[in-house]
Design a protein around this ligand. Sequence first.
Ligand code: IPM
Ligand code: MG
Length: 385
Amino acid sequence: MGKFDAVLRHFEAILEQQAERVERLKDEGDFVDYSKLDRIVIGVVGGDGIGPMITGEAERILKVLLHDEIAAGKIEIRDIEGLTIENRVAHNQPIPDDVLAELKQCDVILKGPTTTPQKGDPWPNIESANVAMRKALDLFANVRPVKVPEQGIDWTFFRENTEGEYALGSQGVNATDDLAFDFKVITTQGAERIARAAFDFARKNGKTRVTAVTKANVIKTTDGKFLECCRKVAAEYPEITFDEWYIDIMTAKLVDEKRRRDFQVVVLPNLYGDIITDEAAEFQGGVGTAGSSNLGKRYAMFEAIHGSAPRMVKEGRAQYADLSSVIRAAAMLLAHIGYGAQADKLTRALEICGQTERKLVMTGRSDGATGREFGDYILETIAKM
Ligand code: IPM
Ligand code: MG
């Protein structure tokens, strides 16, 4: 037996699995047309830590905004239990099978943060529920808008969400005690569909520029393919300016006040997108203020971009957690399923309550409002519109 047979077999299994995925991607259909569905099912997943509190408030607000549609049976809001760290650990699965089956009965999902175990935690090292859900429901486009109007910032990031370093993030190998490998995967189909999603968004929203961000000068094969696919798709949108940046200088330019306002739509592989969207959200007030959509052709999931804040829970401050991020995610959900008027109302209420009027302020501590009080404030603001 060769010294590396086990490693080679592992690599072979990964290759087969990814090659099969490519075949599935070749056959995938178009995006769901929500206006053609008799009923839209919205699943609400509380998650861990501060999750149940903040998503509970968002759900309460959604039920008010969608009151008529729910009464008419056009929309159903369903609570989905079981995506907690305790239950995931009990099943030793990032998403227990019965929970996944329930998620697949929904059309769109509003999800609270879920705890991701890391080395040293009391939990076994199971895969992140976010990453697992993005893969299981093929939510390939992670769309993260960041707006700071007074600074001229209006960016929309299209982060590829199912490939890159994340596709096999829990399937790396230790070839020897001293030699570790992870894998990065980019497919033509995966790169083209995220590029197309970015350009379609630009076209539909009057944006004039799409920027691709990679490190294709060094990570030549995978980032090289990603960039090549972006160029190919760009040629189909001649009215939109396309430009290319490397991730290092892009990260720097986002703090350059004179240049950064020129960026509009940015498309990038998974890990770069993960990192840069946290940086970008910081200009808007931090990750607690940013919502995120995870779009696939069949399913879509909307979430806060922050974690479950176990420290807040431990210190007894969960009820003071800022819920603007998940409320923004709820507004994105409404817009996505075709309820633009309700989405606008909620976005405006969030601006009034969080930025202009600020009758209540959330600080994350007992000197600020609780999530419940802030939820009431948003509902009162909506009622006046
Ligand atoms: C995000 C988060 C996740 C990611 C974590 C929780 C796995 O940071 O949604 O950006 O890396 O994608
Ligand atoms: Mg992140």
